[in-house]
Design a protein around this ligand. Sequence first.
Ligand code: 5AD
Ligand code: SF4
Length: 464
Amino acid sequence: MKGKRVHIKSFGCQMNKLDTALVTSALRKAGFSLTGSEKEADVVLINTCSVREHAEQRVLSHLGHLKHIKKTRPDMVVGVIGCMAQRLGDKLLEHEAVNIVCGPAQIPRITELVTKALQEKAKSLAVTEKIRKTTEKQNQTLEKFESAYGIEDEQIPGQAFVRAMRGCNNFCAYCIVPYVRGPAVCRPPQAIIEQIKKLADQGVKQVTLLGQTVNSYKYRSGQRTYCLADLLVMASDIKGIEWVKFVTSYPSEEFFDQILQVMADSPKVCNYLHLPAQSGSDKILRAMNRRYSSRWYLELLDKARAVVPDIAIAGDFIVGFPGESQDDFAATVEMVKKARYKNCFIFKYSPRPGTRLWRAGKGLEDDVGAEVKQKRNIELLAVQEKVSDELSRAFLGKEVKVLVEGLSKKPHLNAADSGDNPQLVGRTATDYIVVFNGPESLAGRFAKAKITRTSPLTLFGELI
Ligand code: 5AD
Ligand code: SF4
């Protein structure tokens, strides 16, 4: 398919970004070229997210826009890939603009699907019928695709994401992920390490291992069972790799002691934990099918801080889960105050057809009104902002090491402060965002900055 141009638009989490990189790389190898302009594209692919309704609505409205473009360019091929493709399947294929629907477990077929759509103009559906019962063969196909592609793709300079595990077996009552990404499958450690070695050879200095519940990574090979702590050590031993991070963790006993110990012992394993609590109310945690109490969760944070004193912890919360009373919400506020997160992602509950709650026939009981959800969201953000502000202020006057990502997208500083150098953005090992002026050639390299000013989510400094 020489000469055909593909435009890919990506919504959603890091997993999706990684899938986009794999798909891009596979299409490039097949002779397609990538274009940043939708108008010029022969093929438009949208990688979608199903976690909240809002994410799906954005895709649907974009499809409306593409339908309009197709009136003048009927040959343009539109493909929807990702979680929404798996969730809606043929319903999505009925959309006038859509030619291809391809679920996350079917992306190894992307080149074939796109080629066929360009040649035959027919619609095609590639979703996994029994997504919770994937076969060994399906897993092997995904593994082969994963290890072959996505390495040379444009990521942030010097950084790369590597999948440790796919799917999820946790079935939190609100969550669609287990039904669109399938069961938890851990990738062989050799494949992961080989991939990281190749990345390091290409100049990558920081790898982030990905999994929905990455702390539960476990792989039996011969006599040995590998857990996440083993992967972290093996990745740190690779020449050229300086920082190793991992997201997202689930608050369970699984391997936490080992992981924390490795963090404490290895200077390369970054002292950063993304550990969603989702709620501070035990009643709501039970209803969410989360398997811990608020007290146990806070004790886990205490333990983490005892073993790794400078650890930075980030959280996720859902406000307005069905049945969340004012008291339940107050318990969440308490938890956010006590947990002292570096930052928190706060979401308003969004009922998702197909989840546990929905299947139990309770999905429609979205009984916390939109206004209350909004109010709780704002209140919780304000509580977190105060904590974030305090934690950021502690960096004033200190020196930090950052991996520079590139030019800062937002002009945070006054132009007068900028001097001759542009404004750069980097992140510390503990995931703090640092903005400072420096030469653009620092992108993808480590630098040191002295912090002169702070805001809740950003540290500002001077290059040393
Ligand atoms: N509604 C709102 N937020 C959700 N999340 C997952 N499912 C839902 C939902 N149905 C949030 C959780 C999770 C994050 C990725 O998205 O907080 O940690
Ligand atoms: Fe969804 Fe829970 Fe699995 Fe996270 S752990 S992906 S919230 S089911």
